[in-house]
Design a protein. Structure first.
Length: 81
């Protein structure tokens, strides 16, 4: 868990949430020393977010890409002289 930067308590809390709140069919796998889904067709329910939250996520994802590409184009232009 150190490689993922999370504690055992966080993992336990997340597993409890998946099992108790989302009714995920989890079972312990002795061979792999961890949990897995006992029903491979299980999927988490869709998440509903507001338009404002979507906009914030969109901006936080797209703006850095736009800026990165803009800086790349500026560098190409400047280096062409």
């Amino acid at each position: 868990m150190v490689e993922f930067g999370i504690s055992r308590r966080t993992v336990a809390r997340d597993l409890d949430f998946l099992r108790d709140e989302e009714r995920a069919p989890l079972q312990y796998d002795d061979a792999r020393h961890g949990f897995r889904l006992s029903d491979e067709t299980y999927a988490l329910p869709p998440v509903t977010i507001s338009r404002q939250d979507f906009f914030v996520c969109f901006v936080c994802f797209v703006v850095p890409l736009f800026l990165q590409n803009s800086l790349f184009l500026v560098r190409q232009f400047v280096c062409s002289f």
